[in-house]
Design a protein around this ligand. Structure first.
Ligand SMILES: NC(=O)c1ccc[n+]([C@@H]2O[C@H](COP(=O)([O-])OP(=O)(O)OC[C@H]3O[C@@H](n4cnc5c(N)ncnc54)[C@H](O)[C@@H]3O)[C@@H](O)[C@H]2O)c1
Length: 345
């Protein structure tokens, strides 16, 4: 078991990896807690949940809406959760984003903690305190920063994750390796069989590495005013293809990483061998997509990304495996690169 601490000016949050999720009961108050989960997670693990009222949401992105927050708030009132209450999320990124946001606004803020059940949420979504809900197809427009008191990550829970969700999480893991910890890339290269078979020891080790990296970034830049932006590696093209073709987030980011890596090589920031190593690893984990966005739409799709400012965007480049850099560039440069990429593909 490892405990990784995120300390920000207002809070301290403990991310616990390699632990048994059922032990979360020891971290809860004796009374006044409510559990938020989704139907899938409840069906698989609900029988062993701590003995508190359970509020269930429909699985998936469509639940990240303000009316769901309203309905959950009403249910919290009905079961008597007051300002001293506690929300425990047990689920993937959607459940944690919803529960974190709800905890930040219900009665002007109550305590919360997470049991993070998907690979994507263990390596990324549940660390860092960002939460939010969507407005239409624009993601996380209404949201907040609130650090949960704890996040429990138990790799045994990943054994029940559908294949597509698991692959999507692997993409985020590869992202973390590329931007911040090349030892993640080494483990992914050397342990392909174990990782495909969801070996819990290898996964616990990888989750801990990813969390440590993210914790370091978040502790320095909780509110994404600079350094934290590198976590958006692969997201410029990734969000574009997510919007254009409805590609699942992890696969979209994987494609975005392939393009961002090639773009980095074209700008002389990364050597050919390292560029190939990244692209080969994405292929090895079946994360190499071949999507096609019409050239005339790419600019608009990129500008749709709320992280833009004016005609400039903060584009995340890789400077060698384990190092990323954010550069402000004009959207036209991204469009020109995309044209070039399509012409040589
Ligand atoms: N807050 C952040 O910093 C941050 C970062 C990245 C992503 N996100 C958000 O995270 C969300 C995506 O997270 P996700 O991929 O975990 O999606 P998710 O929560 O929808 O989970 C994916 C699917 O897996 C199921 N599931 C979860 N755990 C399971 C388990 N152990 N066994 C079987 N099934 C399980 C869920 O029911 C769901 O159907 C997006 O909304 C994204 O915006 C947030």
């Amino acid at each position: 078991m490892e405990k990784i601490i995120i300390s920000t000016p207002d809070s301290i949050s403990a991310i616990i990896t390699g632990a048994k999720w059922e032990a979360v009961v020891k971290l809860l108050p004796e009374k006044g807690a409510a559990i938020i989960t989704d139907n899938n997670v409840f069906d698989l693990y609900g029988a062993d949940f701590p003995d508190f009222p359970v509020l269930k949401i429909k699985p998936g992105e469509q639940s990240k809406q303000l009316d769901v927050i309203g309905n959950l708030s009403k249910k919290l009132l009905d079961i008597g959760i007051d300002r001293t209450g506690f929300i425990l999320a047990i689920g993937g990124g959607v459940v944690c984003d919803i529960a974190g946001f709800l905890a930040s606004v219900y009665m002007r803020g109550i305590r919360c903690g997470f049991v993070s059940t998907s690979l994507l949420s263990q390596v990324d979504a549940s660390t860092g305190g960002k939460n939010g809900v969507n407005i239409g197809d624009i993601k996380n427009v209404i949201g907040n920063f609130k650090q949960p008191e704890f996040v429990v990550c138990d790799a045994t829970m990943l054994s029940t994750l559908p294949e597509e969700e698991y692959s999507s999480g692997l993409a985020e893991l590869i992202k973390t390796g590329i931007i911040g910890d090349r030892t993640i890339i080494n483990v992914l290269e050397k342990n392909h069989t174990g990782i495909i078979n969801r070996d819990k020891n290898i996964l616990s080790d990888l989750v801990a590495k990813a969390v440590k990296f993210k914790a370091k970034i978040v502790s320095k830049d909780e509110k994404e005013s600079g350094l934290r932006r590198i976590l958006n590696f692969g997201h410029t093209f990734g969000h574009a293809v997510e919007l254009h073709a409805g590609v699942k987030h992890g696969f979209a980011v994987a494609w975005g990483m392939e393009l961002a890596t090639t773009f980095s090589y074209k700008r002389g920031l990364i050597k050919k061998a390292e560029c190939n190593k990244i692209i080969d690893l994405l292929k090895k984990y079946n994360l190499s997509g071949n999507y096609n966005i019409p050239e005339k739409e790419i600019g608009e799709l990129i500008l749709h990304d709320k992280k833009r400012s004016g005609r400039d965007i903060n584009f995340v480049f890789v400077k060698g495996i384990g190092k990323a850099v954010v550069k402000k560039i004009i959207v036209q440069e991204v469009i020109d690169f995309y044209r070039f990429y399509k012409s040589v593909k």
